[in-house]
Design a protein around this ligand. Structure first.
Ligand SMILES: NC(=O)C1=CN([C@@H]2O[C@H](COP(=O)(O)OP(=O)(O)OC[C@H]3O[C@@H](n4cnc5c(N)ncnc54)[C@H](O)[C@@H]3O)[C@@H](O)[C@H]2O)C=CC1
Ligand SMILES: O=C(O)/C=C\C(=O)CC(=O)O
Length: 358
């Protein structure tokens, strides 16, 4: 075994159907008295349910979380938290809502209790993102890692089937890149492979029956493990491409991950054979890139950037942005090859299998 460094991220996880009933106990354990509940406008009713559970210790609800955390929203939420004397933030929702909690915690160190309702995994990471003047900046800071996470699969049954699939593949992307990360380690690789396996088994059952709690549990468990990988080791080409596409063209986050991942894996396949073997094994596929593509296509989500609003004439520019700064990746990142990758993703082409001799 190669020497390695493993950074554990300290958080408390309460997992299981119905575990939202432990919310007040968990707020007590944080030592908090005035909880500010965060949500998107669409999940206002979930926020109200949470506020009712918290009772008199609920300081208020802020329901304006949106994707990519615009700085104006972050400032408004910070002001509300300060005005209400909140001493903890309870974020119920996906990565956008957790991200808003992180924007508050970044300045105030307010502890976050996250209740994830998608599979994006932000609740397991010290990574924050804030968008200012059309530019999204991300960073790592221990203050933004949620202190407590309540994973209750019952809260995910309302996540539409298509968003469940793309969000699940967003999670798989964290694990896949974690397996070939420059700072990969055996512990996170175990999390990664198990996370992919749980999601690959759970997602088809969720699509067939969105209320299936056992399937929802498998997916949320997989999302937890994959999120932990994202929080612990560095990402590479795939995440760089998705941030470029999402940030520059405002493409939807989970869908973009779903479309790009097979092509990023095909690009890196020959340079990371062990990771590809483990991804394929977890997917019960013979090839990692094709396995992800087939999973997405068989579950009825789009596999082409042209279907989600990517302008055809921007592929050159996108290849330029994604290759202008150096970053760790198993295979050198070359502009011409990235342009070809983007063309394949734009058209929704099934990637070729890695040759056995590669
Ligand atoms: N900092 C980090 O470590 C990470 C950050 N992110 C960030 O998170 C954002 C994307 O988060 P996502 O979770 O993909 O989407 P999201 O949080 O934007 O949610 C998408 C939509 O689905 C709704 N929704 C969520 N859960 C639902 C449920 N159970 N039932 C019905 N509707 C539900 C939301 O209210 C929203 O309208 C991006 O800004 C991305 O950059 C994503 C992953 C990791
Ligand atoms: O952009 C952020 O807020 C930080 C990380 C991610 O979004 C990870 C991802 O691309 O899923």
């Amino acid at each position: 075994m190669q020497p390695f460094v493993y950074n554990s991220q300290a958080s408390r996880v309460v997992f299981g159907a119905g575990s939202l009933r432990h919310l007040v106990r968990e707020i007590d354990l944080l030592g908090a008295r005035r909880a500010l509940v965060l949500s998107t406008p669409e999940q206002r009713s979930s926020a109200e349910h949470v506020a009712a559970l918290i009772g008199e210790r609920c300081a208020g609800i802020f329901d304006r979380a949106v994707m990519h955390v615009p700085i104006e929203t972050a400032r408004e939420a910070r002001e509300v938290a300060a005005r209400l004397n909140a001493d903890c933030a309870v974020a119920i929702g996906g990565g956008s809502t957790t991200g808003l909690g992180k924007a508050i915690a970044l300045e105030s160190s307010l502890p976050i209790l996250a209740i994830p309702t998608t599979y994006a995994g932000s609740e397991m990471t010290p990574i924050y993102g804030i968008t200012e003047a059309g530019l999204k900046k991300t960073g790592r800071d221990a203050r933004v890692l949620p202190k407590t996470v309540i994973y209750d699969p019952e809260l995910t049954t309302g996540l539409p089937a298509q968003l469940s699939v793309t969000s699940g593949i967003n999670a798989i992307a964290h694990a896949a890149e974690g397996l070939y990360a420059q700072d990969a380690n055996p512990v996170m690789s175990l999390f990664a492979e198990e996370g992919i396996r749980a999601l690959a088994q759970g997602l088809p059952r969720v699509v067939a029956s969105p209320d299936d709690i056992a399937a929802r549990s498998d997916c949320l468990y997989g999302a937890w493990l994959c999120g932990a990988v994202l929080g612990s080791v560095g990402m590479a080409l795939h995440h760089k491409l998705c941030h470029t596409l999402g940030g520059s063209y405002n493409l939807p986050h989970a869908e973009t991950h779903t479309i790009v991942l097979p092509h990023a894996l095909a690009y890196n396949a020959a340079a990371a054979p062990d990771a590809m073997h483990r991804i394929a094994r977890a997917l019960h596929a013979t090839d990692a890139a094709q396995g992800v593509f087939d999973l997405a296509q068989s579950l009825g989500v789009t596999v082409a950037l042209k279907d989600i609003g990517m302008p055809a004439d921007q592929l050159d520019r996108c290849a330029g942005i994604a290759t202008q700064n150096a970053y760790a990746n198993p295979r050198p990142v070359e502009r011409g090859a990235i342009r070809a990758l983007l063309e394949d993703a734009y058209q929704g082409k099934r990637p070729a299998a890695r040759a056995a001799s590669d």
